[in-house]
Design a protein around this ligand. Sequence first.
Ligand SMILES: Cc1cc2nc3c(=O)[nH]c(=O)nc-3n(C[C@H](O)[C@H](O)[C@H](O)COP(=O)(O)OP(=O)(O)OC[C@H]3O[C@@H](n4cnc5c(N)ncnc54)[C@H](O)[C@@H]3O)c2cc1C
Length: 438
Amino acid sequence: MTMQHLRSSFWIGLYFIVAVAPLLAMLVEPPPGRGFWREFAVGIGFAGLSMMGLQFFLTGRFRSFTAPYGIDVVYHFHRLISLIAFAFLALHVGALLLASPELLLLLRPASAPAWMVTGVIGFLAFVVVIVTSLFRLKLGLSYEVWRAVHGYLSVAAVLLGVVHIMGVDYYTGSPVKRGLWLVMGAAWLLALVHVRVVKSFLQLQRPYTVAEVTPEQGRSWTLRLRPVGHDGIDFQAGQFAWLTLGKTPFTLREHPFSFASSAMERGEVRLTIKELGDFTSRIGDTAVGTRAYLDGPYGSFTIDGNRAPGFCFIAGGVGITPIMSILRTMADRHDRRPVLLLYGSKKWEEVTFREELEELKQRLRLELVHVLEEPPPRWTGECGLITAELMGRYLPENRMDLEYFICGPGPMQQGMRWAVARLGLPPHKINSESFNFV
Ligand SMILES: Cc1cc2nc3c(=O)[nH]c(=O)nc-3n(C[C@H](O)[C@H](O)[C@H](O)COP(=O)(O)OP(=O)(O)OC[C@H]3O[C@@H](n4cnc5c(N)ncnc54)[C@H](O)[C@@H]3O)c2cc1C
C-alpha cells in the first residue's frame, strides 16, 4: 500500500467517524426512548446535518485533504454526499411527522417555538440550495449568482440546524453532547473562514501583475502573470489555480484555470483562457498592469512522479492547456519518453498552440494527431470525433503500460470513458480533468 493510499484511507476513515459522531453520542446516557420512528428521525437528522456541515471541509480547498483524490473528485463527492445528506434530512422530517403528527400543531406562526422555526427555515434553505444546484441552468441563474446563493444559504442552513438541535435539547442535554455540536459547528465555520478569509489573505501577500495578454488561435488568450515581491508559485505541470483579477482577492469572482506554462520556468506563469462566458469573453480586454491573485496549485492531473514508459494525451479544445504545460515541462526536462497526443478541435483555424506543438516535435518523442470535426477541403488527416477505433489505430503495442491523460469538454469525457472501456485499458492508468466540475 502506497503513502497515497494510506492518506486517502485516513481521510475517508476520519470523514466517516466525524459524520457518525453525533449518532454515537446519542448512545451515551440516552434519555428515555420515544418509539422507533421518533428515534430514527432524530438519528437520521443528526447524521444529515453533520454531513452537511462537513461539506465546508470538502470545499475548503485543504491541499493535504484534496491531494490524494484530485479536487474534481472531491467536488463530485461533495455533490453526491449533499444529495444523500439532504435525503437524510428529508427523512428526518418525514419520519417525525409519521411518528408524531401532533408536531404539525407547533407550526402555527403565532405560537411556534424557536426550535421549530429554526428547523423549518433551515430545512427550506437546504431545499433552495439543492434545487438551485441541480437546476441552475434551467433556472437561468448565472454561475456568480448561484455561487453567492449557495454559499450564504448553506451557512445559514447549517447554523439554523445547530440552533434547532440545541433548542430541541433532548439528545443534547449533557454538556458533553452540547459541546460536541458546538465544536463541530465551530470547526465547520473555521473551514469556511479558511477558504474565504485565510486563503484570500495569503493571496494578498503574493500578488501578481498582468505582464502580457496575447491572442491565441481558437478564441483564446494567454495571460502572462508576473509575481510582485515574491518568487512566484511552485506547481506541477497539469495543475490549476483559481484566478482573481482586480484590486482584492476578497471576492467571490474567481475562476479556475490550468497553468499552461512549463513548471520548470521560475517566476512568471502563463494561463491560456478561452472566451466562453461573462468573465472569459472579456479576458482579451484585460489591461497590462492589472493586479491578479492566484490560489493554488491544485489538482492531480500531472505526470510528476509517474514512471510510465510513455504517455497518451487526449485533448479537446481548450482542454489542451494542462497538457501543453506537461509537454512544455517534459521538453524542458529532456524527458524522452514517447508521447502520443490525440487533439480534437472543431476547425483547423481554431487549433490552439498549433505551431508550438509542431515545434515541440523537435524536442520530444511526440506523435501528434489532429482530429478535426469540420476539416478544411483537401484535409488528409483524421476527421470527426476521437473514438475507440481511432485510438486503436494509433496506440502502440505496449498500450496497457502507458499512462493516459484526458482533458476536454463534457461530451468528450463521456465518449472517452466508453472508448477506454472498449479498448480494455486499465482504469487506474486513466487520468482525466473536467473543466466544469461545478
Ligand atoms: C480545473 C479546471 C481547470 C480549467 N482550466 C481552464 C483553462 O486552462 N482554460 C480555460 O479557458 N478554461 C479553463 N477552465 C474552465 C474555466 O474555469 C471556465 O470556462 C470559466 O470559469 C467560465 O467562466 P465565465 O464566467 O466566462 O463563463 P460562464 O458562462 O459564467 O460559465 C460557464 C461555465 O463555467 C463554469 N464556471 C463559471 N464560473 C466559474 C467559476 N468561478 N469557478 C468554476 N467554474 C466556473 C460553470 O460550470 C459555468 O456553467 C478550467 C476549469 C476547471 C474546473
